[in-house]
Design a protein around this ligand. Structure first.
Ligand code: ZN
Length: 319
């Protein structure tokens, strides 16, 4: 019924007989100022991470921008330093020197408990690399490319694009000729370091990921693979074999459906799969098989990832 709220009259104060109306109680005023300060502080703290920037005063926004700028400058300085060091080292006669520090791995792997698939492409770059990069972009996934030395404008563009698109650039060898790469431990060392250097010259990136031509369990090496592995470990390289083979290397041109079937039949409930594929010029059916493979993996909740320093390596032998 008649529960109309009565307007509460503000308190009146008489000063020298004159009516003085207080706008606010002093206590309320103090509390509001305090709340405002707390609010401002908390907003400025969260300004960088949350999208409150619009509400934040211009001063705070400027501060944040300045901080971001500082970080960028610091990063640029760091990479400049690395570049300078690298250039200095290349002038040394010793081939043993490396262009940047090897990444530290904890060996524990990344995304524990998740099903992870690392798509890897060997023997490129070739015109197929461009097509594969397009497909990876289209599906929003990244892969790893174990490359050989194949100069040429398009190939060199592909190497740069591998890096700029967030895929992983890795070493396979200079020539892939077993008789040359594995002629002796010295030729092996030279091959690895020369390829690392060539990729650095093409892309400005020093890669520490390696795959043996024929894998670490190959029977074609003239030198002792244990020596090769020891050398890689000492230098800080991490080598990757595979636990899924697409079979696309077994003939000149394996049927597309066979490649899809080979890959999907080997992928199950393990936590980590490293899939061996090839992006050499002749491997056109691998390119054709790729969309189906990615679609299956995405539909079945596999993470498709590029190899990083945190990836647990799959290795056929350890020394
Ligand atoms: Zn190969």
């Amino acid at each position: 019924g008649n529960l109309k709220m009565k307007r509460v009259k503000r308190p009146e104060l008489r000063l020298h007989g004159q009516k003085v109306r207080l706008k606010k109680k002093p206590v309320i005023l103090a509390v509001s100022v305090l709340v405002l300060i707390v609010l401002l502080v908390s907003v400025s703290v969260h300004a960088a991470s949350k999208k409150h920037t619009q509400k934040v005063s211009a001063g705070v926004a400027e501060e944040t921008a300045a901080a971001v700028e500082e970080t960028t400058v610091a990063e640029e300085k760091l990479s400049e330093e690395e570049t300078t060091t690298a250039e200095e080292e290349t002038t040394l006669p010793e081939v043993q020197t490396t262009t940047a520090a090897a990444p530290q791995t904890d060996g524990e792997g990344e995304y524990p408990g998740c099903k992870k698939v690392y798509l890897t492409f060997d023997d490129g770059p070739s015109p197929n690399t461009t097509r594969i990069l397009d497909i990876l972009d289209q599906y929003g996934v990244k892969a790893t490319f174990f490359t050989i030395c194949s100069p040429g404008e398009e190939n060199e563009e592909s190497l740069k694009r591998i890096v700029s698109s967030g895929n992983t650039l890795a070493i396979h060898s200079v020539s892939h000729e077993y008789s040359q790469v594995y002629a002796s431990i010295d030729s092996f060392k030279e091959d690895v370091l020369d390829m690392q250097q060539w990729l650095y010259e093409q892309t400005g990136v020093t890669t520490w990921f390696y795959r043996f031509p024929g894998g670490s369990s190959n029977k074609v090496a003239n030198c002792d693979i244990s020596d090769c592995i020891n050398f890689l470990n000492e230098q800080g390289f991490v080598y990757f074999d595979w636990n899924v083979s697409s079979g696309d290397a077994s003939a000149k041109c394996v049927d597309k459906d066979t490649i899809v079937q080979n890959v999907l039949s080997e992928i199950g409930s393990r936590e980590e799969y490293v899939v061996l594929m090839h992006d050499a010029g002749a491997k056109t059916t691998t390119v054709e098989a790729l969309p189906e493979i990615i679609e299956y993996l995405q539909a079945n909740d596999y993470m498709i990832l590029p190899i990083t320093a945190n990836t647990k390596p799959v290795q056929h032998r350890h020394s």
